[in-house]
Design a protein around this ligand. Structure first.
Ligand SMILES: [Zn+2]
Length: 376
């Protein structure tokens, strides 16, 4: 409650929580002792003694948040309000499992070196299937990990609490805890970049699923007889909407019927990469828009299944593909409306997360806030 409110008095805490004044007073005394909360002067008196206001001491603890899903490992020291105090990155080039783990140690060593306030622990967002309860990465193809006890290894090396989650699931928690948009207890974050995944928050808590794969929409087959995916199936959402496949589709479309805007930007079709597609999109290139609009329909198919199954109305987009949100959202929304009950489709909002590239790092920190401080 103190964390949710900017400033609050003991009396208001008692009214809001239903706890007695004595209990509130005892609990606040504990928090003051631990240095998590501070007294910041008096509120105007309504007659009688003016009440003392309390607030969270944002810099009383820091959190180490780590994102292993970007093209380089990157992490940050984050305070209790989600403010990034320091960043550190470690480059990685197609690592094998052992090298990837060494790079994680290097990254955390680097971050801890900059920790001038007591760390609450280490939070990790990693690609792959993660048993969040035990901190075990069951399978990550990208990092070449299978049943890696990442949480346990980090805990014995650093003697700090460690929490591990899938990167997209961590992103959903970040949106829940740190976003300054209107708070809702349920939400979905869909992260689209080199891969695609999503995270689901239900009643304020991350829903990981029985097999920890809740939200794995990247490998939902949305196109019959589609392209072969790295998972072995054909026509997964990832084979349509992830950045490498968008690049391929734009290249193919440009070969079939060249767009003059793109043609002016390149000497050969092979030069088309993701950066160039962003430039062409800003220049309102019709071919790029068409490819994205079609891809957005397939996003809509996956989201329609989601919406019909759990009817969560707040969907947020994150990841590098979010730069194309205008066309993707418009196209996905239309498909959702075509494929769900009208009332469900109309009630669903899709927006871009404003947490940007820090979403996984903040989500990793949010894991600590939730598990170590009970904040939601
Ligand atoms: Zn797949």
């Amino acid at each position: 409650m103190i964390s949710d409110q900017a400033q609050i008095s003991r009396a208001d805490l008692s009214r809001a929580t239903g706890l007695t004044r004595t209990t509130v007073s005892d609990l606040v005394a504990e928090l003051l002792q631990e240095g998590l909360v501070e007294e910041i002067g008096h509120a105007p008196s309504g007659g009688g003694k003016p009440p003392t206001l309390l607030q969270i001491l944002a810099d009383s603890r820091c959190m180490i948040g780590v994102d292993l899903a970007s093209h380089e490992f990157h992490g940050a020291v984050v305070n209790l309000r989600g403010k990034i105090l320091h960043r550190f990155s470690v480059p990685v080039y197609n690592p094998d499992g052992e090298q990837a783990l060494e790079r994680v140690y290097e990254l955390v060593d680097g971050l801890l070196a900059y920790c001038s306030i007591p760390p609450l622990g280490i939070g990790i967002g990693t690609p792959g299937l993660v048993n969040g309860n035990e901190g075990i990465v069951r399978r990550s193809v990208v990092l070449d990990w299978r049943d890696l006890p990442l949480g346990g290894l980090l805990h014995s090396r650093y003697k700090l609490p460690v929490h591990v989650a899938n990167d997209c699931q961590a992103a959903a928690l970040a949106e829940m805890i740190f976003s300054n948009t209107h708070k809702t207890p349920n939400l979905i974050v869909v992260k689209i970049g080199r891969g695609i995944g999503s995270g689901v928050v239900l009643n304020g808590h991350l829903h990981m699923g029985d097999g920890f794969g809740a939200g794995e929409i990247g490998h939902m087959v949305v196109k019959e007889n589609g392209v072969r995916c790295r998972c072995g199936h054909f026509g997964c959402l990832e084979t349509i909407l992830s950045t490498p496949f968008i690049v391929k589709q734009v290249q193919e479309a440009q070969r079939r019927s060249p767009s003059p805007i793109l043609a002016r930007m390149i000497n050969s079709v092979d030069e088309i990469d993701f950066k160039l597609i962003i430039q062409a999109y800003s220049a309102e290139d019709a071919l790029v828009k068409q490819v994205l609009s079609t891809a957005g329909q397939f996003l809509g198919i996956a989201l329609a299944n989601y919406v019909s199954t759990i009817n969560i109305e707040r969907i947020m987009l994150a990841g590098s593909m979010a730069v194309f949100s205008d066309v993707l959202i418009q196209s996905a929304r239309q498909t959702i409306c075509e494929r769900t009950l009208e009332a469900l489709g109309v009630g669903t909002s899709i927006q871009v997360s404003n947490l940007g590239n820090d979403i996984v790092v903040l989500g990793a920190a949010a894991l600590l806030m939730q598990h170590e401080l009970g904040l939601a």
